[in-house]
Design a protein around this ligand. Structure first.
Ligand code: PEP
Ligand code: MN
Length: 337
């Protein structure tokens, strides 16, 4: 249930409603918009009486949110949420580009990629230090050493870092190095991990589970939001379908639909969404045109030597072309790069 305060509601009136709802044993999440304050009531709302709440001064209306996700819903937060990362606004007018290697492999590889993506216009550097690999025999990432290299690259190239965290017990370590914590597709329903990232005040890039419905994905976001971390960024990275010609099927529908259902920013990952470097640019165009707030792109200076995801990695010159195309597209769409 959400309580929409009217635009003239005083701070005292808002507090009175919060105190009343809390005294009944519910938790209240407050969202102060530009026009009005909205209170999200968390808990089993069936016994709550809407009319009672509507009698409080300053309350405009009380709405039962029909979706199972509440804090992630547009009803709770009608304006787009903007997640700020070191001065970069994700979810505003600007399109945000995250780029870098699938895995951090060495200082040389990371720095060469970071220099190239920075030069091309990327805003955020990606790179995995802890890698969730299908095979236990495949390269698992450099771990702590990878995080240290990411920190060096962050300082040298002035790029914030997005990197994956695989386990709840690693969250505090990874949070010391990352500007954005990535939850990978395989962990989208790792509820202990979702709770753990909900407890730190770091933005979270929440990838869609490869077999998750949009509702399950938004419920995963809800786990993070309800812990008190409001800085969630969604990432569509393709889902499994019967089609085997591509690694995944990039769900273009998800982008405008999630933007309707939720206020959270949405980033597109056409690298994992297609699994093929030659499809990355065309699918990026489609994602931006469909309303994505930015892209996350795998880039490698020598894709044929990559320790993971070489087939879907762009060479730096192709990434630079993608940036130029995105810039032109942004203009047409009334956005900025
Ligand atoms: C990645 O970003 O390299 C990655 C493993 O992504 P996903 O979880 O979407 O497969
Ligand atoms: Mn990858």
């Amino acid at each position: 249930m959400i309580v929409i305060m009217n635009h003239r509601a005083t701070p005292e009136q808002i507090q009175t409603v919060i105190n009343h709802v809390e005294s009944l044993g519910y938790r209240v999440h407050r969202s102060d918009g530009t026009e009005r304050t909205i209170l999200g009531i968390i808990g089993d709302e069936r016994p709550l009486d809407t009319e009672n709440l509507e009698a409080f001064e300053g309350v405009e209306r009380v709405v039962r949110v029909l979706h199972p996700f509440k804090l992630a819903s547009r009803e709770f937060h009608p304006e787009n949420s903007v997640v700020r990362v070191n001065g970069i606004e994700i979810g505003g007018d600007q399109l945000v580009l995250m780029a870098g290697p699938c895995s951090v492999e060495s200082r040389e590889q990371l720095f060469e990629t970071a220099a190239a993506v920075k030069e091309a216009g990327a805003h955020i550097l990606r790179g995995g230090a802890f890698k969730p690999r299908t095979s236990p025999y495949a390269f698992q990432g450099l771990g702590l050493k990878g995080l240290e290299l990411l920190r060096e690259a962050r300082e040298k190239f002035h790029l914030p870092i997005v990197t994956e965290v695989l386990a709840p017990q690693d969250v505090s370590l990874v949070a010391q190095y990352a500007d954005i914590l990535q939850i990978g597709t395989r962990n989208m329903q790792n509820f202990a991990l979702l709770r753990a990232v909900g407890e730190v005040q770091k933005p979270v890039l929440l990838k869609r589970g490869m077999m998750a419905t949009i509702e399950e994905w938004l419920m995963a976001a809800e786990y993070i939001l309800v812990q008190g971390n409001s800085r969630v960024i969604l990432c569509e990275r393709g889902i499994r379908t019967f089609e085997t010609a591509t690694r995944n099927t990039f769900d273009i529908n998800a982008i405008p639909l999630v933007k309707q259902l939720s206020h959270l920013p949405v980033i597109a990952d056409p690298s994992h969404g297609t699994g093929r470097w030659d499809l990355v640019i065309p699918v990026s165009r489609a994602a931006i045109a469909a309303g994505a707030d930015g892209l996350i792109i795998e880039v490698h200076p020598h894709p044929e030597q990559a320790l993971s995801d070489g087939a879907q990695s762009l060479r730096p010159d192709r990434f630079a072309s993608l940036v130029e195309e995105t810039r032109r597209l942004a203009e047409v769409l009334g956005r900025r790069l």
